[in-house]
Design a protein around this ligand. Structure first.
Ligand code: CMP
Length: 148
């Protein structure tokens, strides 16, 4: 069945037309379907909600500052096994791992630092549902899955 995941192309990607086009091409070439998309500057309130599990981390403030620093492209992507498939295409969170072991992934190619790591992807079906509800309030995810 077509699983959903929430993907974010982060502000440094959206600022760079070449990188943005490359990542869009990868999404299409890997047969993801774009179910919804919006370009928005994430508000501080949205970022707090979105990253609430990281609120005690040392990088939390810099993460929020960065994520709210300019427009992001936010997508609901559908694919068979979308969550794992998108995470595989993104590569590891940490830029040194991405650049050392995974040069052919999105983060390996376009990650600039552990914070500016190009893209986000949900890590489970529960977080995909939660994240989709934050950015696509009118999207009925239960209906999507029940209509299969
Ligand atoms: P993301 O997939 O959006 O989810 C959590 C984010 O926290 C992650 O991508 C990174 O942008 C950021 N992050 C994770 N680990 C670190 C770290 N060690 N230093 C700075 N930022 C980090």
């Amino acid at each position: 069945y077509l699983q959903l995941t929430l993907a974010i192309l982060k502000p440094h990607v959206v600022k760079s037309p070449f990188v943005l086009q490359k990542i869009r091409d990868l999404i299409i070439d890997n047969n993801f379907k774009v179910v919804r998309s919006r370009r928005t500057t994430i508000s501080h309130e949205e970022a707090e909600l979105f990253y609430k599990e990281h609120k005690d981390k040392f990088f939390y403030n810099r993460l929020l500052t960065f994520m709210c620093s300019g427009p992001s492209d936010i997508y609901i992507l559908a694919h068979h096994d979308a969550i794992a498939k998108w995470r595989q295409l993104m590569g590891p969170t940490k830029v040194y791992q991405a650049q050392y072991n995974a040069q052919d992934t999105i983060r390996g190619m376009f990650g600039l630092s552990d914070t500016r790591n190009a893209t986000h992807g949900s890590d489970s079906t529960e977080s995909a549902k939660r994240e989709i509800m934050i950015f696509f309030k009118d999207f009925n995810i239960n209906k999507w899955y029940s209509s299969e």
